[in-house]
Design a protein around this ligand. Structure first.
Ligand code: GLN
Length: 537
């Protein structure tokens, strides 16, 4: 292929229509035709990255191999494509402005007035082309966050207009809109789509393809009407009907020929069909489970749909492997006390204690872990969840009264979890945690070894605190195994209890690595342990 093709995905009418899923689905279809594809998200907010945003603002923060704290859509991209993303795949307005202002301070603009056009738009285009210039990708799909008409997304749309002008048919724009159904009128309405395309046209961009999110099927008349009013071919009006699972969307887009439309518009052959056999096998297993388990997800953001996105998706992947439906029951850690714990966790086949920061809900997490340990319920603790398991064991098995993490109680008598040496001098909050992939060595004969099947692994991290090695001997002598260690920095990465059927805590985040093609073995084994537990009951 001569050069990288650029596909832009914009959104109109409403937010949360699923631009990320449409982008990932198109990418999947192109990948299934043998192309190499990457997806990028441009976010119009001023934060440098979402690492400092709390989950109420922004849902989960997804962490890449190279340690970037990014938008959760990158999680979808990885789950669909099974290809790692990087810092370059997520750019915010804050990052764009920071680069431009740094250059200005450095004197790189030689006395020029620095302006949105061309300096900010040039920086946006540079960031878009960075991925294309790597020479690895046939397609770069760039999803533009926000909704057309937002003041803050103007420079991005302007950059799309310029790129379109500069590279012509190597560039294509897909606009995702909503076609609402008015129950009172009994009709789908195309007017919001027409207005949305007009708003895009006012900014100089004519979409090539319009994807219409809808709850009822579009008939031919409606497709023709949208085509006529929005200057696109009738075949370029694509229906995106509400789906049972986000994993259905690539197949729905295949049936609507979104990939064919893209390839034809870019003058590329689209003769054969994408090979989605593996994807279809996964979907079949997902939809035909033979068993069911209920996993309790203990966290403090359980009322937010997107706060534990990657964990929920990892359970979907692991459930399909085990041909088992995983019902994730979200339980608020603040509601769990010694009095309520038994009733709250009754009937669960597995307990997952979620990652997190700060004191809120911590005692409920510790109480849940005690319940899991004493009642031999399969347990997985992720990051703060693992740290809580160490605290629980310290307090209730070793008798270390008031054992805690110095994050929660800086003056605790027993700081069994303590800040890492390298973190002590750091004051800035943004991007300064222990982030991204680090190696870990697994001991033989352990559950961790049974899970991974090899002794050298890497996993992604996002934390400042760690197991305090001062207490290592006490823990080991009392039966807690430290089955995974980062040798270089002598950090405990995995703990487990050999006396328990399945009790594992990990300092890293396996959920970021789980994809449809490669479900994470820790989740696969945890679900299997939950299934065994449910069958024994
Ligand atoms: N707050 C803990 C730490 O910083 C755990 C972080 C997490 O769960 N991601 O070490």
């Amino acid at each position: 292929m001569p050069s990288t093709k650029y596909v832009f995905v914009t959104g109109g009418v409403a937010s949360s229509l699923g631009k990320g899923i449409i982008s990932a689905s198109l990418a999947k279809l192109l990948q299934a035709r043998g192309f190499s594809v990457t997806i990028q998200k441009l976010d119009p907010y001023i934060n440098i990255d979402p690492g400092t945003l709390n989950p109420y603002e922004h849902g989960e923060c997804f962490v890449t191999e190279d340690g970037a704290e990014t938008d959760l859509d990158l999680g979808h991209y990885e789950r669909y494509l099974n290809v790692p993303t990087s810092q370059a795949n997520n750019v915010t307005t804050g990052r764009i402005y920071q680069s431009v202002i740094d250059k200005e301070r450095h004197g790189d603009y030689l006395g020029e007035t620095v302006q949105v056009i061309p300096h900010i738009t040039d920086e946006i285009k540079r960031r878009i082309k960075l991925l294309g210039n790597e020479g690895k990708y046939d397609f770069v799909i760039t999803e533009i966050g926000g909704t057309v008409g937002d003041i803050e997304s103007l420079p991005y749309i302007e950059s799309v207009r310029q790129m379109r002008w500069e590279i012509g048919t190597d560039c294509l724009v897909i606009h995702l809109t909503l076609v609402p159904y008015l129950a009172a009128a009994g009709e789908l309405k195309t007017k919001p789509t027409q207005h949305s395309v007009k708003a895009l046209l006012e900014q100089g961009v004519q979409p090539d393809i319009i994807v219409c999110r809808t709850e009822k099927h579009l008939n031919e008349g409606m497709r023709n009407k949208i085509a006529l009013f929005c200057n696109v071919d009738p075949t370029a009006v694509i229906e995106s009907i509400d789906a049972e699972s986000i994993y259905d969307v690539p197949l729905l887009m295949r049936d609507e020929k979104l990939d064919v439309e893209v390839l034809e518009k870019m003058r590329m052959p689209a003769s054969h069909l994408p090979d989605l056999r593996k994807w279809e096998e996964f979907l079949y297993k997902l939809k035909h489970p033979k068993n069911q388990v209920i996993i309790g997800l203990i966290g403090k953001y359980v009322e937010l749909k997107d706060a534990y996105k990657s964990i929920n998706e990892a359970f979907v992947h692991a459930g399909a492997v085990n041909e088992c439906k995983v019902v994730v029951r979200a339980i608020h850690s603040e509601s769990i006390t010694p009095e309520t714990v038994a009733a709250s966790l009754e009937g669960l086949d597995g307990i997952l204690v979620a990652p997190g920061f700060g004191n809120r809900g911590i005692e409920g997490k510790i109480e849940s872990i005690r319940f899991a340990r004493e009642n031999k319920v399969p347990f997985l603790g992720i990051c703060l969840g693992m740290q809580c398991a160490v605290i629980e064991f310290g307090r209730n098995v070793l008798g270390l009264n008031g054992a805690n993490s110095t994050e929660m109680d800086p003056d605790t008598k027993h700081p069994v979890i303590d800040i890492m040496e390298a973190q002590k001098k750091i004051c800035n909050k943004g991007g300064t945690m222990r982030l991204g992939a680090y190696p870990c060595t697994i001991a033989g004969g352990t559950k961790a070894m049974a899970v991974y099947g090899k002794s050298e692994i890497t996993e992604r991290h996002r934390h400042r605190y760690e197991f305090n090695n001062h207490y290592l001997d006490q823990y080991r002598n009392a039966g807690m195994l430290t089955s995974g260690i980062n040798r270089k920095d002598d950090l405990v990465e995995i703990i487990e209890l050999p006396e328990h059927p399945w009790f594992v805590g990990i300092q890293f985040h396996p959920e970021y690595r789980s994809t449809v093609a490669s479900p994470h073995p820790l989740f696969v084994h945890f679900v299997k342990a939950a299934l065994d537990f449910s069958l024994r009951k």
